[in-house]
Each structure stands twice: as structure tokens, then as C-alpha cells.
Design a protein around this ligand. Sequence first.
Ligand code: IPE
Ligand code: MG
Length: 224
Amino acid sequence: MDGNGRWATQRGRPRLFGHRAGAKRVREVVESCPDVGVEYLTIFAFSTENWRRTQTEVAGLMSLFRMYISREARALDEFGARVRFIGDRVKLDAKLVKLMDDLEVLTQNNTSVHLTIALNYGGRDEVARATKRLAQDVASGNLKPEDVDEETLPKYLDTCVLPDPDLVIRTSGEARISNFLLWQSAYAEYEFIDTLWPDFTKEEFARLCASYGGRDRRFGGVKT
Ligand code: IPE
Ligand code: MG
């Protein structure tokens, strides 16, 4: 969800104004998922690198996340969204983590769309944390080193219950991955679009999903 800061700057407003506008876009996109055939949507809200921003911006974002979850919980649940969070919760404040846990529990039986919010998430950090747990299982004798393969490692990732992404959309004109779902995106299709996240609409989302549907994916094989 990139481009909130620039969107605000273009309007002569503080960056947090852009973050609030960005948060407001989420509901429309989530609620359009069933119409465009998307069962799993993952949004990148805060990365392990975003702590490098000013204290004011980080604190503003954390308070926005708390507000967003409190305010949107009911609408998300009524819509039937099943919400999950990925990322390292250890660095997040206890109040926020409680809201995240409660929202996961509240929506655990929902099936309209699986919404995953990446919060204090980094692909490398996720692989490192997964490897640590995997190593603990090896050390305790629950896992043999020779049994570690491409099927084993993802079971330790935050995304263990989620399918790999088919399509990754990066807003705001940046053509980089920025540590998002590194392992999981090995065969994802990418769309890099100029739209700043607060200007992203369900119409543009529908257009990108339709264009994805027309792509020929071979996963390294040949067309049969
Ligand atoms: C993305 O918007 C939102 C978060 C990282 C929380 P940015 O804040 O990165 O916006 P730009 O890149 O400065 O425009
Ligand atoms: Mg940015």
C-alpha cells in the first residue's frame, strides 16, 4: 500500500493524513474481492524497515492501526472477512497485539475473503524466524536435517496456512519488492502501477485481476 506519504505531500498535508486516507481505501478493496474472484488478499501495512521513520510517523501509524482495527472489526466481520496478521508481534505494543488477536478470533469462522494484514512484516525476518524454529525442532530431535526441503520450510513461515500469492500489486511507481513475501512470491505475477495507494479503487483492482486472468503461467514448465 505504497504512496500515502507522497499523496499527502502533494496536498500540502502531513504524511499521517495520507496514511489515514490509505487506511480508508482498504474496505472497498476487501469488499470487492468476491466480485473479482480473489479469495486471499494480503496487504502490506508496516514493514520491519518502517521503524526507521521518524518517531512521530511510527507512533502515528501504530495509533492508526489500533484505531483501524477497533473501528473496522465489526464491518470486516459482518462482511465475512477472515482476518489474519503476519509479521513479528514481539516488537508491537501489547494493546495493539490484543486487538489483532481478538480480531483473528472474532473472524475465525468467516469465509467471504481471507484478509491477511502484514504488520511489522519482512520477508527476510520471517525466513529467519522460521529457520530459528526449524533449528529448534532439529535440536530437540523432532525434525531430521535430511527431511528439510521445500515442503518443510514453509510450514514454519507466518503464512503456513495461506496459499502462495498469484498476483502482487505494487502501487506508487516503485518497481521493487521491498521484502514482501519473498519465499512465497517465487512464481507470482507482478503489477507495478503508478497509482498512489490512497487513489487505488476497486475498479483498478478489478482491471488488474482481469488482466492477471489472461496471463499464461507455466511455473517453469512448457505449455501443454
Ligand atoms: C506506505 O506509504 C504506507 C506505509 C509504509 C505505512 P508510504 O508512507 O511509504 O508513502 P510514500 O512512499 O512516502 O509516498
Ligand atoms: Mg513508500
